[in-house]
Write a protein that binds this ligand. Structure first.
Ligand code: UT7
Length: 331
C-alpha cells in the first residue's frame, strides 16, 4: 500500500500586525491580562485581497515550491476553514481558481480547530486507495472581521487571528516515512460551547436585524468548559495515536498542538510529561488561527530545524464541535 508523505509545507500570514496594545484601544482589556491568560502577544488581521482562499493559495504556492512541484502537479484540494469567503460555494473552489488549476476536485472541511488534521486524514485515505497522488491540504482563516472587537466580545476577540498554512501530501513507496495513523473524534452535544449561532439555516429568517443587535452573529465561547475539555482530550488523543502505532511519549521528537492557548499547551506538555522543547509554540505571534495553526506551526518548526529526516512528529488538535484529533507522522 502507498504511504502518504508530506513533501512540501508553506504558510502565509497577513501583513497587518495587531498587538495586545492595539486591542486595548478597541475594548476594555490589557496586554497583561491577554499575556497571562493566553500567552498571546500579537496576531495578524487580514486586509484587502487577503481572503481565506487567497491566503490559502499563497501558502500553497510556498508548499509547492518546497516540494519542487507546479500547481498542475496537484490532483486534489482539501481546504479546512471555519471562515470561508462565502457561505457557498466552498472556498476550496476559489482557492483552486487562484492557483489556476481548473478541473481538479476541491473539498472544504468544516471541522474548525481540528480541520487540518481531519483534512490530512482524508488525504491519507485517498492516497492509500490510489485515487490521487498529490494532494494539497490547507488550513486558512480570516476570523478578524467576524469578531466582536468591543468589550462585550473581548473573551473571544483577543484569542483569534488570521493566517494560512498548507502542505503537499504525495504518494510514496517508502514504508519508513509518512502518515502512520490518524485518530478523529467528535462529540456534538457540546456544540454550543464554542459556536457561531447566526446566521444559519436553523434560524428563520436566515439573518435579521435582531441577530446583529443582540450580537448572536459573533462567535460565542464557554471558555472554562473549552479549557477543561481541551486539557483532557489533547493528551488522550495523542496517547491514542502513539499507542495505536506501538509508540510511547518517549519516542516523540515533536508535538505540534493546535495553538489554542499557551496555558492549554503547557497543561498538555505537563500531562504527557514531555520536556518543554518537545511541544511547539508560536501562539505569542499569531494567536489562535483555528484550522491554519498546525500547518503554520509545522512550517515554522521545519524552518527552525526542529524536524529532521526520521523525526516522529505528532499533530494534535481540539476545538469547536467538540472535535479532537491527532496525526502521527514519521518525517
Ligand atoms: O481552539 C479552542 C479555542 N478556545 C480556547 O482555547 C479557549 C479556552 N479557554 C480559555 O483560554 C480561557 O477560558 C479564556 C482565556 C478564554 C478566559 O480565561 P479565564 O481564566 O477562564 O477567564 P474568565 O472567563 O473566568 O474571566 C475572568 C475575568 C472576568 O472578569 P470577572 O468576572 O472576574 O470580573 C472576565 O470578564 O476576566 C474578564 N475578561 C477579560 N478581562 C480583560 C474576560 N475576557 C477579558 C479580556 N480582557 N479580554
Amino acid at each position: 500500500m502507498k504511504r502518504s508523505v508530506i513533501v512540501g509545507v508553506g504558510r502565509y500570514l497577513p501583513k497587518r500586525v495587531v498587538t495586545n496594545f492595539d486591542l486595548e484601544k478597541m475594548m476594555d482589556t490589557s496586554d497583561a491580562w491577554i499575556r497571562e491568560r493566553t500567552g498571546i502577544v500579537e496576531r495578524r488581521f487580514a486586509e484587502g485581497e487577503e481572503t481565506t482562499s487567497y491566503m490559502g493559495a499563497e501558502a500553497s504556492k510556498k508548499a509547492l515550491n518546497m516540494a519542487g512541484m507546479k500547481a498542475e502537479d496537484i490532483d486534489f484540494i482539501i481546504l479546512a476553514t471555519l471562515s470561508p469567503d462565502y457561505f457557498f460555494p466552498g472556498s476550496g473552489c476559489l482557492m483552486q481558481d487562484h492557483l489556476g488549476i481548473p478541473g481538479i476536485g476541491a473539498l472544504d472541511v468544516r471541522n474548525q480547530c481540528t480541520g487540518f488534521v481531519y483534512g490530512l486524514a482524508v488525504a491519507d485515505q485517498f492516497i492509500k486507495t490510489g485515487m490521487y497522488k498529490n494532494i494539497l491540504v490547507v488550513g486558512s482563516e480570516v476570523q478578524s472581521n467576524g469578531l466582536n472587537l468591543s468589550t462585550q466580545g473581548r473573551d473571544v476577540a483577543v484569542i483569534f487571528g488570521d493566517g494560512a498554512g498548507a502542505v503537499v501530501v504525495s504518494a510514496a513507496n517508502d514504508n519508513n516515512k509518512g502518515i502512520l495513523t490518524s485518530i478523529l473524534h467528535a462529540d456534538g452535544k457540546h456544540h454550543k460551547e464554542l459556536w457561531g449561532k447566526n446566521p444559519g439555516s436553523s434560524s428563520r429568517p436566515f439573518v435579521s436585524h435582531e441577530m446583529i443587535e443582540e450580537g448572536s452573529i459573533y462567535p460565542h465561547m464557554n471558555g472554562k468548559s473549552v479549557f477543561k475539555h481541551a486539557i483532557t482530550r489533547f493528551p488522550a488523543v495523542i496517547r491514542e495515536a502513539l499507542e495505536s502505532t506501538g509508540y510511547t511519549t518517549k519516542d516523540v521528537d515533536l508535538v505540534i498542538p493546535h495553538q489554542a492557548n499557551e496555558r492549554i499547551t503547557e497543561a498538555v506538555q505537563i500531562r504527557l510529561e514531555l520536556p518543554r522543547e518537545k511541544v511547539y509554540r508560536n501562539i505569542h505571534k499569531y494567536g489562535n488561527t483555528t484550522a491554519a495553526s498546525i500547518p503554520i506551526a509545522l512550517s515554522e518548526a521545519l524552518e527552525e530545524g526542529l524536524i529532521k529526516e526520521g523525526s516522529l512528529v505528532c499533530l494534535a488538535a481540539f476545538g469547536s464541535g467538540f472535535t479532537w484529533a491527532a496525526s502521527l507522522v514519521r518525517w
